[in-house]
Design a protein around this ligand. Structure first.
Ligand SMILES: NC(=O)c1ccc[n+]([C@@H]2O[C@H](COP(=O)([O-])OP(=O)(O)OC[C@H]3O[C@@H](n4cnc5c(N)ncnc54)[C@H](OP(=O)(O)O)[C@@H]3O)[C@@H](O)[C@H]2O)c1
Length: 319
C-alpha cells in the first residue's frame, strides 16, 4: 500500500514528506482494517508538516488528521460489517491507502453519505457542535459572532446555528464566500458599527475566534457584557490582545477549546450521538462543507501547495 511519510518538518512543505510503499499491516482482534476513501488537508495538517503545530508526532509519521474509509475487515466486531463507511475519532495518519484502527475509535456513518463531506465531518463540524452546545446557554433567536466565517469551521457553525434557530454575525476576509447569511461583514473595523446596527440592541453572548490579532479584538467589541470568547484557531498567527476594561468592566470570559482533547475524554456514547446528529444534517444537506478540489494521493505535492494558497473550500486527497 502507498502512504505519505513525514520524515522531516520543513517550511518548504514538500521537502520533508514523500510517497512511500509498504505491505498492509495485519489487524489484531480489537482492530479494524479499512481502506481510505478521502481525507482533507486541514490547516492543522499543514502546521504539523511545517513543525509549527503545538503537539507534534514523533517522526517518521503519516499526516492526515481526519478522513473517511470503507471497512475491509471488521475483525471480531459484531456491530461493524465489511463495506461499512466509517470515520474515526482522533486517530491521525489518514494519508495512507489502508489503515488499521482500534475498534473503539471507529464510528459508522450512513452508507449514502457523500464521501468528501464525510471526510470533513470528524473535526470541524464536531468542533462547531461542541462550541455551540458546551459554552453558553443559547436559545432560539440568540446571536453568536464568529471570524474566518468562510472556513469549514465557520460554515459548520453557521449551518448548525441555522438548524437550531440561532443567528450569526459573520466576519470574513472574503465575505463573498460566506453563503446563506445576510449578516456578513468585512473583517475590519467598519464591521463593528455595521453589525451593531443589524443587532437592533440584541446581545451577543458567544464569540468564536479562529484568527487572533485585530480580528479577535473586534469580536470582543461585539460581545455583550459577561459574554464568552472561545479561541479555537490562530490563523493570523497574531496574539490576542485584550484591554483591561474588557475584563474588568465588561467581565468578558476568554477561554480556548481543542476538539482532540474533548474526543479523548468524552464517553463513546456522547461522541456517537454527536457524529450521528452531524451525519444526519449532512445527509439532509443542512450541513455541507465547501470543497475546492480533489487530488489523487500521488499528486500530494500539488494538493498541499493548493491547500496553502487562497481557495474556496477544502482540498481533498483521494485514494
Ligand atoms: N481548536 C480546535 O479544536 C479546532 C478544530 C477545528 C479547527 N480549528 C482551527 O480553526 C481554524 C479554521 O480551520 P478550518 O479547517 O475550518 O479552515 P479552512 O476551512 O481551511 O479555512 C481557513 C480559514 O482561515 C482564514 N485565514 C487564513 N489565513 C488567514 C490570516 N492570515 N488571517 C485571517 N484569516 C486567515 C481563511 O480565510 P481566506 O479564505 O480569506 O483565506 C479561511 O477562512 C484553523 O485555525 C484550525 O486549526 C481548531
Amino acid at each position: 500500500m502507498r502512504y505519505i511519510s513525514l520524515f522531516n518538518h520543513s517550511d518548504d512543505l514538500c521537502d520533508g514528506i514523500c510517497l512511500s510503499e509498504t505491505s498492509i499491516p495485519k489487524p489484531a482482534s480489537n482492530e479494524i482494517h479499512v481502506r481510505t476513501l478521502a481525507s482533507p488537508i486541514n490547516p492543522a495538517d499543514i502546521n504539523v508538516i511545517e513543525g509549527t503545530y503545538p503537539i507534534l508526532p514523533s517522526l517518521p509519521a503519516v499526516p492526515g488528521n481526519e478522513g473517511v474509509a470503507e471497512v475491509i475487515d471488521p475483525g471480531d466486531q459484531n456491530e461493524i460489517q465489511k463495506g461499512d463507511i466509517v470515520i474515526a475519532a482522533n486517530v491521525p495518519g489518514w494519508w495512507s491507502e489502508h489503515r488499521i484502527i482500534p475498534a473503539d475509535k471507529v464510528y459508522r456513518l450512513p452508507p449514502s453519505i457523500d464521501h468528501f463531506q464525510a471526510a470533513c465531518l470528524s473535526v470541524n463540524p464536531a468542533t462547531a457542535w461542541r462550541l455551540i452546545h458546551d459554552f453558553v446557554q443559547l436559545k432560539p433567536g440568540d446571536w453568536i459572532v464568529i471570524n474566518a466565517a468562510n472556513s469549514a469551521l465557520g460554515q459548520s457553525l453557521n449551518q448548525i446555528a441555522r438548524a437550531l434557530d440561532l443567528k450569526v454575525v459573520n466576519l470574513a476576509r472574503r465575505p463573498s464566500l460566506v453563503h446563506g447569511s445576510d449578516t456578513v461583514f468585512d473583517d475590519d473595523d467598519s464591521a463593528i458599527q455595521q453589525a451593531k446596527s443589524c443587532l437592533n440592541g440584541a446581545s451577543i453572548k458567544l464569540a468564536i475566534n479562529q484568527v487572533g490579532g485585530q480580528s479577535s479584538r473586534r469580536l470582543m467589541k461585539l460581545l455583550s457584557p459577561n459574554g464568552t470568547m472561545v479561541t479555537v484557531g490562530a490563523m493570523s498567527k497574531e496574539p490576542i490582545t485584550v484591554s483591561g476594561g474588557q475584563l474588568i468592566f465588561k467581565n468578558l470570559i476568554l477561554c480556548g477549546f481543542w476538539i482532540t482533547k474533548w474526543l479523548d475524554n468524552a464517553p463513546r456514547i456522547d461522541i456517537e450521538k454527536m457524529y450521528d446528529s452531524l451525519a444526519d444534517l449532512m445527509i439532509k444537506k443542512e450541513l455541507e462543507i465547501s470543497i475546492d478540489s480533489s487530488y489523487p494521493l500521488e499528486d500530494y505535492q500539488s494538493a498541499i501547495q493548493h491547500a496553502k494558497r487562497s481557495r474556496k473550500g477544502k482540498v481533498i486527497l483521494t485514494f
